[in-house]
Design a protein around this ligand. Structure first.
Ligand code: PLP
Length: 477
């Protein structure tokens, strides 16, 4: 059954945007690389070395990595302790198949992660894979299996939110709402998902509405959607506690997630929080959901887990889900060759132990407040700055053509991409965003420096960003 009516409608044409137009920093035309890059037309920059907060390019340029790639490099680059732990594990056990074996770093990492959930969160098992998309694929299947084990086989729908991103594999893309990425595949993606409004106050909170009233309106819409589909047919509701790539560091209004939790509880629907981008300390607490005072049934994390030293992600299951699997077939029907890879686990464990030992969550929260203050002081009165928002070391600025009406720039202006390019030319890498606002292009840039970023680097970041903004603004005159 299609849940059409509320389902995100794909754009009318299947035209995909050329990647090099979305990321204005790609400039070297070259077709001899055997590597299938994101763009077939142009080569990205060659990085020859990376240390601390900086990347060193083949052309001699030094770049402050103020976005950690995509909020990945939480410790910066070249950390000797992580490298030593990774090499040591390679020398001990480089690989075993998890059908028959387990390893110490995999067990320790899983234990570390469920402990970070704290007693109240009841996350009791970690499933370790390689990317955020894989973690979300696993989560979609674990959620379905939970109900199959309970005999509720009629539950086969997922509900997600517009302006969300959960990954690029078919299942993860199905519950994502990144229309540009989905467009060519809409005919082949499953249709058992529907979308509700994002929790995005800057765009959608009414002028005469309080934060609480806005949250209540969103919860009411979610209830209507559950009822429209029939709650007993729904598997899970999926959401990012702080939305990352599609809209730029958007936290929900106060009370929204408590309302979501209560509603899911009322109808027996699982709550799956995707913290692939905002988790692992990025917002100043280990999990972003801790700031919402709720307990999810399933959580997925990725990016910062291995800090970029290795590809690794995790699906964390609450005891309710684990219990159902244990009482049923006593197996999780989803094996992967490289799950719980010992070398990846050893590297991630080293990263996470450093975060804990060096009190980097606290540091992230404190530096984040400093960064927020600096952004407000520097950009609050700028002509095209619509919103400045963030938590921890996860900040975004949204640019609009007219702050009084919040009207976005026309797509061809690509204001965010202009800033991104100018900042890069001045030696600072930020994450460009071209999320959509009701089908119209929106512009934001995303900042996610390492938790180890120094005060001097923060100053360099903000002053360079202002120079880049000025270049972009002048370029419109
Ligand atoms: N979920 C969220 C919230 C993300 O931001 C991303 C990636 O940007 C993903 C999932 C997919 O992760 P990956 O690119 O590692 O597959």
């Amino acid at each position: 059954m299609s849940t059409s009516g509320v389902v995100d409608e794909p754009p009318e044409s299947y035209t995909m945007e050329p990647v090099h137009e979305q990321t204005a920093t790609l400039h070297t035309y070259c077709k001899e690389s055997a590597l299938l890059h994101r763009s077939l037309a142009e080569l990205p920059h060659m990085v020859t070395n990376a240390q601390g907060s900086f990347l060193f390019l083949g052309n001699g340029q030094k770049i402050l990595d103020a976005c950690g790639g995509a909020a990945v490099a939480i410790l910066g680059h070249g950390n000797p302790e992580v490298i030593a732990a990774t090499v040591e594990q390679m020398q001990k056990v480089s690989y075993v198949h998890t059908m028959s074996y387990t390893t110490k770093p995999a067990e320790e990492l899983a234990q570390f992660l469920v402990n970070m959930g704290g007693d109240a969160h009841k996350l009791t098992k970690a499933y370790l894979v390689g990317s955020g998309s894989e973690a979300n694929e696993a989560a979609l299947k674990a959620a379905r299996q939970y109900f199959v084990e309970r005999g509720e086989v009629q539950r086969c729908y997922y509900v997600a939110r517009r302006q969300s991103y959960h990954g690029n594999t078919m299942g993860a893309m199905t519950v994502s709402s990144n229309l540009a990425r989905k467009a060519p595949y809409t005919d082949v993606l499953p249709s058992n998902v529907s979308f509700v409004s994002p929790a995005y106050a800057y765009r959608y909170q009414e002028a005469d509405e309080t934060e609480e009233q806005y949250a209540a309106r969103l919860i009411s819409e979610l209830r209507q959607e559950f009822l429209r589909i029939t709650p007993e047919k729904i598997i899970s509701f999926i959401a990012e506690p702080v939305v990352g790539a599609t809209s730029g560091c958007v936290p929900a209004p106060r009370g929204y997630f408590r309302g979501v939790r209560d509603l899911c509880e009322e109808y027996g629907i699982l709550l799956h929080l995707d913290e692939v981008m905002c988790g692992v300390g990025r917002t100043g607490t280990y999990f972003a959901f801790e700031q919402e005072g709720i307990q999810p049934d399933i959580v997925t994390i990725g990016k910062g887990l291995g800090g970029g030293y290795v590809p690794i992600s995790a699906m964390l299951l609450g005891d309710k889900v684990v219990d159902s699997l244990r009482r049923g077939t006593s197996a999780f029907n989803h094996g992967q060759t490289f799950q719980a890879h010992p070398v990846a686990c050893a590297a991630a464990l080293a990263v996470q132990k450093i975060v804990k030992r060096d009190h980097l969550l606290q540091r992230c929260a404190e530096c984040g407040q400093k960064l927020g203050r600096m952004l407000w002081e520097t950009f609050a009165d700028c002509r095209y700055v619509g919103d400045i928002r963030g938590r921890g070391l996860f900040w975004a600025m949204e640019f609009v053509q007219d702050p009084s009406t919040r009207a976005p720039f026309p797509k061809h202006i690509a204001f965010g991409a202009r800033i991104h390019k100018a900042a890069f030319d001045f030696g600072v890498a930020i994450y460009p965003g071209t999320g959509t606002v009701d089908g119209v292009n929106g512009d934001h840039v995303l900042i996610a420096p390492p938790f180890t970023v120094s005060d001097e680097e923060l100053c360099l970041l903000v002053s360079t960003l202002k120079r880049a903004y000025d270049v972009a603004e002048d370029s419109l005159d």
